[in-house]
Design a protein around this ligand. Structure first.
Ligand SMILES: [Fe+2]
Length: 566
């Protein structure tokens, strides 16, 4: 049984293949078409998956997609009538999707077979396309591949067809809905709205989270009127927002602007005012998030919790949830964005609809493309680069890092999800206070306040970080132990937290070995780890890594065993 799971047309398009219940590959379309958060039909991803596994579309039994356009239409219709005529703005391009209008998107979604045809694919007549509700897809992407036999599940994002939060219970191979919170109430949209106010773009919510650490509680009381707990749910005061009538084209009302002043323009200085707004938004998000998690525990008293959906990328909120100690075990699906629903949809079909027993546990996130040394060497030669082949890669690289150099590190299969986890990473020495500035100047070209993340040997995590749970996929932040903060200034944020990746030998042998060699040399079991890119999707192909290396002032590029020095 071969299932092709896809996600398309919203953002974070992706595709995966599940063969007899095992996830054999996963890729985001942005990694191949090089368009960040691509909302395209995942044509390149599907071609890659089929070629990689020597399959044709005839081999595919089912295609799944986690969006029910019919359900969205009903919700949109009710909203358009309720907010008429202002709601007609929702039909404009960009209101519900980056480039195309609502109508042309829905048209595409309703005729998926046509989209396959347009991309040059001939779907077998026997291949069925199965639509699955968006939040069920999110929930399945966490629970059905978790280690838990039963679990409470929370999924939260901007919105699905009409749901923005789903509380559910997973048991065996089934998922039961317990409570749905629908738009206009949406934690994801609230946070996106504030993100645009503080001067960042869509999908830059992580920047708002980082900025919040510099804020004060100046506006916290004001925000009590904007978003607040309400019974077992929450409310967003629509007086301050316009997303129900203008979508992404205009999130905030004139009232919000008259109360808090004009939004920051992208290139304007970030003043304390915007830091305080970010702080208020982050605190309210955490307050409501914990309120919902407590309610979930009440209606589903499990020891286990699964979390996913775009809001689950907020690792500070994840930290706050973990610190409640309400659940003994927590699994946060690292591909928490909509891209992860291609996995969830395929598993929901396989386990919950077709009733196959669960047998797969998500541990390995390195599910993307890899390239042979012959291929890599060809690119290096073409670019006339001088390189050497290392006989002792980990030791040699650790020495380079200990000398304060910044390297691009490219190994084996690419990681899925938004974080670089040691196969397409830029690495540096976390002890060096100046490295952050150097990194921002020479390659990342990003806001100087933003923190970089530590990748720590799992064995040493508690020496440096206060953690109740592992963070194998860098989706949980943790407080840095007080007397260790000064030892790792490059990865300690202003509020004393760090977005940790706990590196395990059995999950990534090469990355673990490199950090271990660095520890042997320096005594420090940590490396600074940031994604290998320069304002683009993370590099996927060796040629993108080489181009990024040549464009920027990275000191070294290490591709498999090849070492290139600038
Ligand atoms: Fe979503």
């Amino acid at each position: 049984m071969l299932i092709l799971g896809i996600f398309a047309y919203q953002h974070d398009a992706s595709a995966c293949l599940i063969e007899n219940g095992k996830l054999i590959s996963f890729i985001e379309e942005e990694r191949l078409n090089r368009e960040r958060h691509s909302a395209a039909f995942p044509e390149l991803s599907i071609k890659y998956l089929l070629k990689q596994h020597n399959k044709t579309l005839d081999d595919i039994n089912y295609v799944t997609i986690c969006w029910k356009p019919g359900l969205e239409i009903i919700s949109n219709f009710v909203n358009v009538v309720k907010n008429f005529p202002k709601s007609l703005n929702l039909i404009k391009a960009g209101a519900t999707q980056n480039e195309i209008s609502l109508v042309s998107r829905l048209k595409k979604q309703f005729n998926l077979k046509e989209q396959f045809k347009k991309s040059g694919f001939k779907l077998n007549k026997k291949t069925k396309i199965i639509e699955i509700e968006h939040h069920i897809g999110h929930a399945a992407s966490a629970f059905l591949v978790s280690e838990f036999e039963e679990s409470a599940i929370i999924t939260w994002d901007g919105r699905g067809e009409n749901t923005s939060v789903l509380l559910s219970k997973g048991s065996g191979n089934q998922i039961t809905k317990l409570k749905e919170i629908k738009i206009p109430e949406s934690l994801g949209i609230f946070y996106s709205a504030i993100t645009t106010y503080v001067g960042f773009k869509l999908f830059d919510e992580g920047k708002t989270m980082g900025l919040s650490a510099f804020g004060t509680d100046k506006y916290l009381k004001d925000f009590d009127d904007i978003i607040y707990k309400y019974e077992n749910s929450f409310k967003i005061n629509q007086k301050y927002f316009t997303y129900m009538t203008h979508g992404r084209n205009k999130y905030l009302s004139d009232l919000f602007v008259s109360k808090f002043g004009p939004p920051r323009k992208y290139n304007e200085k970030i003043t304390q005012h915007y830091m305080d707004i970010a702080y208020a938004a982050q605190k309210k998000l955490e307050e409501i998030g914990i309120h919902l998690v407590k309610y979930l525990k009440k209606i589903c008293p499990s020891e286990n919790l699964c979390i996913t959906g775009g809001v689950a990328l907020n690792c500070i909120m994840n930290q706050k949830i973990s610190e409640t100690n309400l659940f003994k075990n927590i699994f946060i699906q690292p591909i928490a964005s909509d891209a992860g629903t291609s996995i969830g949809g395929a598993y929901y079909l396989y386990n919950s609809i077709l009733d196959y027993k669960r047998s797969y546990e998500f541990k390995n996130i390195y599910l993307g493309p890899s390239y042979s040394e012959t291929e890599i060497e060809e690119y290096l030669t073409n670019k006339k680069l001088k390189y050497s082949k290392s006989e002792n890669l980990f030791l040699e690289t650790a020495k380079i890092l200990s000398e304060g150099k910044i390297i691009g590190w490219f190994q084996d299969k690419m990681e899925g999800g938004p974080r670089a986890l040691g196969n397409r990473s830029i690495l540096a020495d976390p002890r060096n206070e100046n490295i952050k500035e150097k990194l921002n100047t020479i390659v990342k070209k990003r806001e100087s306040y933003r923190p970089f993340a530590p990748a720590v040997l799992n064995e040493d995590k508690n020496t440096f970080f206060k953690m109740n749970y592992d963070s194998d996929y860098m989706i949980l932040s943790a407080d840095v132990v007080n007397d260790k903060k000064k030892l790792i200034p490059a990865v300690t944020h202003v509020d004393g937290t760090a977005r940790v990746q706990t590196v395990k030998k059995d999950l990534n042998y090469k990355f673990w070995s490199l950090i271990n060699e660095f520890k042997n040399l320096t005594g420090m079991p940590i490396l600074l780890n940031t994604s290998f890119n320069e304002n683009e999707p993370i590099v996927c192909h060796p040629k993108e890594a080489i181009e990024c290396f040549l464009r920027t002032d990275l000191d070294f590029l290490i591709l498999q065993n090849f070492i290139v020095k600038k």
